[in-house]
Design a protein around this ligand. Structure first.
Ligand code: HEC
Length: 152
């Protein structure tokens, strides 16, 4: 579980790190995505909720509150879920490959919920390892997009 927290932290540091690196020393290979200003603000607000949600999920898993973790994943990490109107408003301004990456997060989060519910039925050590792996795929989906795109 600690390693999962470290992965999530590494992900955050990767974002923060881009700010402290001297632009002349390191070329930023990420693609700049230009968004209308109001949309950009909406996007970073959702992003901040994403990192909060991921942290809340990890905390819930650590205390064995699997139901709680599932409902956070379902309600807060479903980028692009048709129910999330604000997401749709932001996503339509993105290049298509970036929209696909949002889909990957949506699928990883949905898959996490399924794997976690199955684990509750099976209750074996192996099934909880699958839960951890499924959660790892969620944070990998965050990192994949962060490594490819930037807003500034
Ligand atoms: C489809 C692409 C995409 C996905 C998926 C994605 N992000 Fe982001 N996120 C971005 C981009 C682009 C930025 C802006 C980065 C930059 O300009 O340096 C960003 C910024 C952030 C920020 C900084 C917000 C701020 O205040 O500036 C956080 C925190 C963050 N994302 C967390 C997450 C987490 C956690 C996940 C997964 C649960 C996630 N993101 C999934 C594209 C994505």
């Amino acid at each position: 579980m600690l390693s999962m927290k470290l992965t999530a932290m590494a992900c955050c540091l990767a974002i923060a790190g881009t700010l402290s690196v001297n632009a002349e020393e390191m070329e930023d290979a990420r693609t700049l995505v230009k968004l209308p200003s109001g949309i950009k603000e909406k996007m970073v607000i959702i992003m901040r909720d994403h990192i909060r949600a991921l942290d809340d999920i990890i905390d819930a898993v650590q205390t064995g509150e699997y139901d709680k973790a599932e409902s956070i994943a379902e309600s807060r990490l479903g980028w692009g879920s048709p129910l999330r109107i604000t997401d749709q408003e932001v996503i339509k301004h993105w290049p298509e490959p970036m929209q696909k990456m949002a889909d990957q997060l949506y699928h990883a989060a949905s898959n996490y919920v399924v794997v976690s519910r199955n684990a509750a039925v099976e209750e074996s050590k192996g099934s909880y390892q699958k839960v951890n792996a499924a959660l790892g795929e969620v944070s990998s989906a965050c990192c994949a997009c962060h490594e490819t795109y930037r807003l500034r």
